[in-house]
Design a protein around this ligand. Structure first.
Ligand SMILES: Nc1ncnc2c1ncn2[C@@H]1O[C@H](COP(=O)(O)OP(=O)(O)O)[C@@H](O)[C@H]1O
Ligand SMILES: [Mg+2]
Length: 368
């Protein structure tokens, strides 16, 4: 210790023995940090219960071993343990965050601080090493990253669907219309000539015309499923109404839509996300619920926007553990999470399912 630096032991009038005892008690009491000492060569010389808890070795198993056993094969190959010790030796301290290996071979994400310990004459006695298990925080960060990535992927997918829908509608749709008009012209011109000479040909031409009609309908339907134009042209409220009407006609279930009196000016992402939630919820009703009635409600209380899809069907099955390939509910949840909202699912057996998405308005309104 440099001359003139007060030693805090002096202030407390503790004897060295008292101090050592208290110091040991302190280190022994710490459970959340691995605190241990290394000799100058990197062999473990002391080991606290926190270290045992984090790394799995008892003191007998580890004291005397080289601290490189805590490092992964990649870090060993890169010479990381030696480098950290050399850094701590040169600068007095080295810090690192990375994977470490427990006794059982499992990995944990660690924050490590290595501090060089010198005696009064400046001779290196060894190193004090404090390791903290940061796995939880890292998991949280990874989760946040995954949510952000998934939001980007979702957005890219929506954009791509919008593009394909437009191409289908504007390009293929126009071509089919042109084809249909040409066919109609030919049909009119040919009619007097082939009615008697080739009635089979006439029948065939009419069939082709029918097929072209069916193609036009299919293209419109596929494009609208990819991205309903009504959503972009008239907004979420109109799109929900359009979807509910379609559902009623397609499945013969009494589906109704209740909308707020004043139009919500939602941003693009919010509108498509809420639309997709309603779309998935209605698809689930059609596939699983055996319902008689469905109510789609969009409402707001000035602070939150709520979208609810309620059916009176069979309800969720008791063992509704999410299957690996059941992305519907998971996807809805994720979309709401991305908007800073929540999705809740309420189900009473025999009384149907109610899916509610609630999102803070401030995140989803078009900025004025
Ligand atoms: N409205 C509903 N009524 C009854 N069961 C439902 C309803 N919505 C969802 N479920 C149940 O929840 C499960 C998970 O739904 P989801 O994640 O959308 O996956 P998928 O529709 O592909 O099966 C469904 O398989 C079904 O058993
Ligand atoms: Mg589904």
């Amino acid at each position: 210790m440099p001359k003139g630096t007060p030693d805090w032991r002096d202030f407390r009038n503790l004897s060295d023995i008292d101090f050592d005892h208290r110091y040991r008690l302190l280190v022994e009491a710490v459970q959340d940090y691995a605190i241990f000492m290394l000799d100058p060569a990197g062999q473990v010389t002391s080991w606290n219960p926190g270290a045992q808890r984090a790394k799995g070795y008892s003191p007998d198993e580890i004291v005397g071993k080289h601290f490189s056993v805590f490092y992964t094969a990649e870090d060993l190959a890169a010479g990381k343990p030696e480098r950290l010790l050399a850094d701590a030796g040169t600068h007095g301290r080295a810090e690192d965050e990375g994977w470490r290996v427990r006794k059982d071979g499992s990995r944990f994400w660690a924050n490590v601080v290595i501090t060089a310990v010198h005696d009064e004459s400046g001779k290196l006695l060894g190193f004090a090493k404090i390791t903290r298990d940061m796995s939880e925080r890292r998991r949280l960060e990874e989760l946040e990253r995954a949510v952000a990535t998934s939001a980007r992927v979702q957005q890219a997918r929506e954009n791509e669907q919008k593009r394909i829908a437009r191409e289908l509608h504007d390009d293929l749709g126009q071509q089919i219309t042109a084809l249909k008009m040409t066919l109609a012209l030919h049909e009119a011109e040919l009619l007097p000539h082939i009615r008697s000479s080739a009635p089979g040909l006439l029948q065939s031409a009419r069939e082709i015309s029918g097929q072209v009609d069916a193609m036009a309908v299919a293209v419109r339907r596929i494009a609208a499923d990819l991205r309903p134009p009504v959503l972009d042209d008239l907004g979420l409220e109109a799109a929900l109404e359009w979807m509910t009407d379609g559902f009623r006609h397609r499945y013969g279930v009494a589906a109704r839509c209740k909308l707020p009196t004043e139009e919500l000016r939602l941003n693009d992402i919010a509108a498509i996300s809420l639309f997709r939630v309603a779309q998935e919820a209605l698809t689930n009703v059609a596939r699983h619920a055996r319902a008689n009635t469905v109510l789609v409600t969009l409402s707001t209380d000035g602070k939150y926007c709520r979208l609810q899809v309620e059916d009176d069907g069979v309800g969720l099955p008791d063992d509704c553990t999410v299957r690996g390939n059941a992305f519907g509910l998971v996807g809805m949840r994720e979309r709401m999470l991305q908007l800073g909202g929540v999705l809740s699912i309420d189900s009473r057996p025999g009384n149907g399912v109610s899916v509610t998405a609630q999102v803070p308005l401030e995140k989803i309104l078009v900025e004025a």
